[in-house]
Design a protein. Structure first.
Length: 459
């Protein structure tokens, strides 16, 4: 009996020795089964993902592909956290290379297959995209010439004061926390020359779409309006911002909320091909504008502002009425023309500098004259198709000597949604009426002017 027992134990040991504990069991015939491939070809933004439908379980596979997420075991049923990459139907291997993935980020994938009996999943597998950006924490001030270099993400959690020249190379990302802002004073200067293919980004620390998950919290936080304060221009000569994106700014700065705030010593700049989006605001007048040029932005030769885009802000821009803003700026999202701004207009500070020749030519959005413009010299030209609106009150209007008003231009109430859209951003809560604003007084004839293109005026 002892010898027989030894022989049986030897046979059992031999059987178990022939099966590695790491070997996956063979798929059961006639049961829907899918496996997940190990991702290959992983770069900073790309990866080849796929799987294999081993068996259809006797029912045709009508859907197959990959679920991908920042958390483990993604499914096809969680659209808020998981993405589904469809890859055809039927049994057999499938794969594709996917692009646009965030760099330096770990993703979870599972292959899936669906037939009449339901959906099954393969193993959860992970991969980490390469590269990303080296994190550089910035504190204090920049008082000597400094260069921020391509490949880095510069993180700002407080106020960084610039009193020397800061060069920002193409492709650089600047992420700012809730108290993050950049102040340029005295002889400080920023030269941010991005390109069409390597834009410079100023954004929230919670924005994982550029340089990955810099704050290391996965999907716990997402970028929100007002996540950082602003870029404050109050010094320096010849600032350059080309192909720069300003997103999720507008944290409270002493009552101001905006992405860029221009003060008395800061109007010497060029902003070209920049984007201003997702800026927070409040009901305070000075806290409504993505770009606050104020009375200081009054000369297009000193303050160059061209080819810029505004969307998903309250009011795009506030500037001096003497500034003839270029009509090549845009006030909607290029990728979604329906996404505009709440008060989609050019809001103007009233300045009666009489020697200035003012030209209004923008037709995409109306101008809003925030007061009564009085000019005993100089000139005002309002071109074809232009709309100028006036807030309600008997002090709002025009009192000018030399006005050229196109017959297809309109002077009207800010409540007039027919001409220039819903400029006060209240939907249909208000409607224009006679006496909404004062009117147009012609200094040459010493009389008010009426006409079919002058609407809802008191005179």
């Amino acid at each position: 009996m002892k010898n027989l027992k030894i022989i049986m134990l030897s046979i059992i040991a031999t059987i178990f020795a022939s099966c590695s504990k790491d070997d996956a069991p063979a798929p059961v015939p006639n049961v829907l089964s899918v496996t997940t491939d190990t991702p290959t070809g992983v770069t900073a933004t790309d990866a080849k993902l796929g799987g294999n439908v081993v068996s259809d379980g006797g029912s045709p596979v009508t859907r197959r592909g990959i679920c991908i997420s920042l958390t483990a075991n993604p499914t096809i049923d969680d659209p808020n956290n998981d993405d589904v990459l469809e890859m055809g139907t039927g049994i057999g291997a499938f794969s594709d290379t996917f692009t646009g993935l965030p760099s330096n980020t770990t993703g979870h994938i599972r292959a899936f297959a669906t037939n009449a009996t339901g959906t099954v999943y393969g193993e959860n597998k992970t991969f980490t995209t390469l590269g990303g950006c080296t994190v550089v924490n910035v504190t204090g001030g920049i008082s000597t010439p400094t260069t921020w270099t391509t490949g880095n993400v510069y993180v700002i959690n407080g106020t960084v004061t610039i009193t020397s020249t800061l060069i920002i190379q193409p492709g650089v990302v600047i992420k700012l926390g809730l108290a993050g802002n950049i102040d340029i004073i005295n002889s400080g200067k920023i030269l941010a020359n991005g390109t069409a293919t390597d834009r410079i980004t100023f954004t929230s620390l919670a924005d994982d779409s550029v340089c990955g998950d810099t704050n290391g919290d996965g999907t716990t936080t997402t970028p929100q309006k007002g996540d950082w304060v602003n870029l404050y221009l109050n010094g320096g000569i010849g600032h350059i911002f080309k192909y720069c994106d300003f997103k999720y700014a507008g944290g409270n700065d002493g009552g101001f909320r905006g992405a860029v705030i221009v003060s008395v010593a800061g109007p010497s700049f060029t902003f070209d091909n920049c984007v201003f989006a997702h800026t927070a605001s409040s009901t305070n007048f000075s806290a409504q504008f993505a770009f606050f040029g104020g009375s200081y932005m009054n000369d297009p030769t000193l303050s160059v502002f061209t080819n810029n885009v505004f969307y998903d802000n309250n009011t795009p821009i506030y500037l001096n009425c003497t500034y003839s803003i270029n009509s090549n700026n845009s006030y909607s999202n290029p990728a979604n023309s329906a996404q505009k701004n709440t008060k989609n207009c050019i809001w103007m500070y009233v300045d009666s500098s009489n020697s200035t020749a003012i030209n209004y030519s923008e037709t995409e959005v109306p101008y809003v004259m925030d007061g009564g413009l009085q000019k005993s010299a100089g000139s005002v030209t309002i071109a074809a198709g232009v709309t100028v609106k006036f807030p309600q009150g008997n002090t709002y209007g025009l009192n000018v000597l030399n006005l050229t008003l196109s017959p297809t231009a309109f002077l009207t109430s800010i409540k007039d949604d027919v001409h220039g859209g819903d400029t006060n951003g209240d939907g249909n809560a208000t409607a224009p009426a006679a006496n909404d604003w004062n009117g147009y007084w012609n200094r040459n004839t010493n009389a008010y002017v009426q006409g079919p293109n002058i609407l809802y005026a008191a005179n």
